[in-house]
Design a binder for this molecule. Sequence first.
Ligand code: R5P
Length: 296
Amino acid sequence: MKDYVVIGGSASEHLAKNIAKKLQAKYLKTRVKIFPDGERKITVVGQVRKCKIIVVQSTYTPVDSNLVEALSLISKAREMSNEVIAVIPYMGYAKQDKEFLKGEITTISVIAKLFKASGATQLIVVDFHSPKALDFFKVPIKNLSAVSLLAQYFKNLKLKEPLIVSPDMYWRHKAKEFAKYLNATSIALNKQRDRKTGKLIIKSPHLKFSKGRDLVLFDDMISTGGSILKAIEFLKKENFRKIYVACTHPVFVGNSERRIKKSGITKIIGTNSVEGKFSRIDLSDIIVKTILDWKS
Ligand code: R5P
C-alpha cells in the first residue's frame, strides 16, 4: 500500500486525525499564529518524502482565513510530494456559483483556479452546494454524500411517521434519498430569496399533515438558520410531535443556534465537515474509502 501522510489544518484537526488513524498514516500538525491584523503565520510541523499527502481543511468561518490556510498547506505539501489530495469537506463560496445580479462575481470559479494553482492534484469535497460548479475545478474531484450517514443516525432514533422536509427545491433529491432510508415521505418547499434584500419567502401551497408526526428538516448547510426557521413557521410546529434538524454542514453563524433552539427543536445533527457541537457524524470513513478506491 502507498504511504500516506495527513496534514490537518486548524479547521479540521479532529477529522484529519481520524483519517490518519484509519489510513495508519503519519500525521503532521499545523501550527497557526494569528497576527493582530488577522494575518496567519502557518507552519507545518515536520517533513516527509516520497508519499502521498492528504491535506484536510474545511473553509468555514472565518472563511477567507481558512481558505488561505488550506491553499498554503497544499502548496507546502506540494513542495514535499507530487501527489497532494486536498480534502475540503465544507467549501466556502460554493453558493456563489453564478452571476445572479449583474456585476456579481462567480467567486467559486476564482477559488477553483486557486486550488489547482496551489498544487492540489486531487480534490475531495462533501455535499458541495452546487454540483454544476464542480466543473470550475480543473483537478480530478470527488463530491461525496453524507446523506446515508445522517439517515442512519435518524433511523436509530425510531421516529414517529417522520416527514422529511427540504427547506428549498435545491435539496429535494437529497431529502427524497434521506426519506427512502427511513421508509418515510419527503417534501421540498419552494423557498425564494430576494436577491437584493436577502428576504426569504416560501411560495409553496399550504399542505395538511396529520398531527403528532415527527418532522426532520434536512438541508445541505445551516448558516444563519433563516431557512430552517422560515420552514418551521410555514409548517406550523404545533402540528408535529418533535422537530429535528439534520444537515451536512453545521456552519451556525452569530446567534443562529439560540434562534433555532428557541423555536422548539429537539435535536440538531450535522457532520464534522464543520467542527463544533453539532458535528456528531464523522466523515472519515467515507473519505478514507474514497482515497483508497481512487485509481490515479
Ligand atoms: C441555500 O440554498 C442552502 O441550501 C441553505 O438552505 C442555506 O444556505 C441555509 O442558510 P441559512 O441558514 O442562512 O438560511
